[in-house]
Design a protein around this ligand. Structure first.
Ligand SMILES: [Zn+2]
Ligand SMILES: [Zn+2]
Length: 292
């Protein structure tokens, strides 16, 4: 089994490490696979960000436009414009070429969820031979809910309202059934803004929607390396997914080869503590269960 949330380029302007943005030289994909194999995993599912690909410009549209919230809108616009340096076609070609060479890789994508545009997004993605898709809520309207530079918005909205808005969108994503797994299902906590008590009443609709649509949820080590210092989803949230029969994948959200399958021993134990004994593997958007 493998790491089912992996990016091939870090965010932001090119920092001189690794290949230039949007370029996939020989050995780059192999470097992720090598790390995963060293950590006891047997495949890597790549999931580049759709919003970073120039081909998404028209379908996603200027989602940051919000005259009522100009600084949040400006942050989102600048971030997307700086980060939109990749090509969907070149990314797909690179992963498929690695697959043709016999490397244990899967073709996936991290799909940004906006209720207004998800149908057009799925039409754009339809021709590609995906093994799996993961879905993410990174923006509530114009607000980058998991971006440090927009963290001030928690003070304006209030943490409770922010959580309610985030989980309402995550519930819509889970109910839609358009992706195979929910990525970082409680990423709203990433910068460390938390409610005093776990918001079980906000988790519940997400869990019920995922169970109803047959969408899996990833157990991700990425949160361990963020200010919140906790895996996604939170322990109570993951236990609710388990009780509802929602399947899991394992994920690192790596953006560099050395991050691939990072802390997988820890998150496997974390998943077992919630009750899980297996996880799913994907092939051409169908799944099978394998032991954790
Ligand atoms: Zn993400
Ligand atoms: Zn990601």
């Amino acid at each position: 089994m493998g790491d089912y949330h992996v990016h091939l380029h870090p965010h932001g302007p090119y920092d001189g490490t690794g290949p230039a943005l949007g370029v996939y030289p020989p050995g780059h994909i192999e470097a992720y696979v090598t790390t995963a194999l060293e950590r006891g995993e047997d495949e890597v599912g790549f999931t580049e960000h759709l919003y970073r690909c120039t081909e998404s410009t028209d379908v996603l549209g200027p989602f940051w436009e919000d005259p009522s919230n100009p600084d949040v809108a400006a942050q989102a616009r600048a971030f997307v414009e700086e980060d939109r340096t990749l090509s969907l076609d070149r990314y797909v070609d690179a992963v498929l070429a690695a697959k043709d060479q016999g490397l244990p890789v899967l073709l996936g994508l991290e799909v940004d969820f906006f209720p207004e545009t998800i149908a057009s997004v799925m039409a754009l993605l339809e021709p590609y031979p995906w093994d799996f898709l993961i879905g993410s809520v990174h923006w509530i309207g114009a607000w980058s809910v998991d971006h440090e530079d927009a963290d001030f918005e928690f003070d304006r909205r209030g943490v409770r309202t922010a959580y309610e808005q985030y989980f309402a969108l995550e519930t819509q994503l889970a109910a839609s059934g358009v992706v195979d797994a929910l990525a970082h299902a409680d990423v709203v906590k990433k910068t460390g803004r938390r409610l005093r008590e776990a918001p079980l009443e906000l988790y519940r609709p997400v869990v019920e929607a995922a169970a109803g649509s047959g969408t899996a949820v990833e157990v991700s080590s990425a949160g361990l390396h963020r200010p919140v210092a906790e895996a996604y989803p939170a322990p109570e949230f993951l236990r609710m997914f388990y009780d509802a029969g929602v399947a899991i994948t394992t994920a690192s959200d790596a953006h560099y080869p050395h991050e691939c399958a990072r802390d997988f021993d820890e998150i496997k134990e974390y998943a077992k503590a919630a009750g899980y004994s297996d996880r799913v593997r994907f092939r051409q958007r169908s799944r099978e269960y394998v032991p954790l």
